[in-house]
Design a binder for this molecule. Sequence first.
Ligand code: ADP
Ligand code: MG
Length: 495
Amino acid sequence: MKEVRLVGMSGIFKSAGGQEAAQLSEGGEPQIAAQWARIRGRLQSEVGDVEYRTWLRQMTLAGIDGDEVTVHLPTRFLRDWVRSHYGEKISKLWQIENGRIRRVDIRVGHGRPGLAESLAEPPTPPANNHTDMADRTPPSAPSRTAVGRNGDELSVPLDPRFTFDSFVVGKPNEFAYACARRVAEKPASAGFNPLFLYGGVGLGKTHLMHAIGLELARGAGKRPTVAYMSAEKFMYRFIAAIRSQSTIEFKDQLRSADVLMIDDLQFLVGKDNTQEEFFHTFNALVDAGKQIVVSADKSPSEISGLGDRLRTRLGCGMVADLHATTYELRISILEAKATRAGADVPSKVMEFLAHKITTNVRELEGALNRLIAHANLFNRSVTLETATEVLHDVLRAHDRRVTIDEIQKRVADHYNLRISDMGSARRARAVARPRQVAMYLAKQLTSRSLPEIGKKFGNRDHTTVMHAVTRVTELMGTDAGFAEDVELLRKMLES
Ligand code: ADP
Ligand code: MG
């Protein structure tokens, strides 16, 4: 499977490739139901009875749209949990059962007795009478953005959580954010068309695009028609249109959009026909004074395999990149998300997460959600302890080997000392104690011998290191505050 996109959307969902869905429901429904039953059975035997009953039993199959299956769970809490813990597995099982399924979309929604009904009529939006954390965030409004002339959806639904408000702005993303805001305020203004957003995975490209769409849909007066879809979806629709000899309708439909947003354009690399089609649509829309927003993992000039004409056109509006997050941004994001979830997460835990999970916001958010879910489920508070326990696997993946230099730096930072103090002869307690802590951590976290460690700390004797280890261990036993400090340092450094 190319990509498993588990988008959280509780908006109303309706078949976009109406035809394909219809085909499935005519000829394939009992088959699909049987496949779903087998998938559930396999899940149950793989994860065990208890886990299955806790998390998965309430799943219902809501519908199939071309290559995409939608599965419903009754609350956001369950949805997030299932998505992060079983999403991959469920997608794989679908792949095994049914080769044409490429994505599984896990959403909030209520079960329907049968697939036929859910295909015939859109599932109900989530009810608002639950008491778990899932519903502390406001229920999402159905956000059908654009409907084409023939009733097919021009856009996939936008995730109502991805607003400008919920986007945390910091140095790495402020420029991209400002550009997105500008486009939402004044689509198709000179210099901002097309808007090309790029950056690594999980840094907020999709979030910003949805935010543009949601903002436009909120505006007073005549609302522009917004079409948002991934490049992959664009391709599938295009291919489906060719198959059903309806390319003209497809083109007309796209060209009726006031704002066209295509996410993850890099998917079109090497797909020449689809690229060509996109290029024409692009030109037609820009010429008609409509706004285009595109995202990709690289800048237009860095994406190899894009036709030159398209590359040139993509680069001639505004190109904005989302940089890797900084520690400060990660902390702000964690604070914002914890507040939004109504969860009490100690700042030490957030610092720990922000130090450990540096890859992208999606992983950071996933880790936080898991902590909160765990705390809710077992009615425990979030602590450094539970964090390491619950996130064991995630943290291991982010682990790396720690060096004595890093330990010295981190400890010096923590106690507001200079790195040189780690090797200096100063004996004042304010310096000597942190130095001992660093030696202790060096012993715990590296495989260096005592003499080797001593050498790194201003050529001290191995007995000095041994003494430091004993002293720190003792102190940790008697001084809880000190112990917590050392533990925090350890967890931050741990490999
Ligand atoms: P991308 O499309 O760049 O791969 P997404 O937009 O899907 O990344 O972001 C991944 C997750 O991280 C989403 O849940 C999104 O809401 C969240 N996220 C990313 N950046 C931010 C941010 N600056 N503030 C709040 N949430 C963010
Ligand atoms: Mg994305």
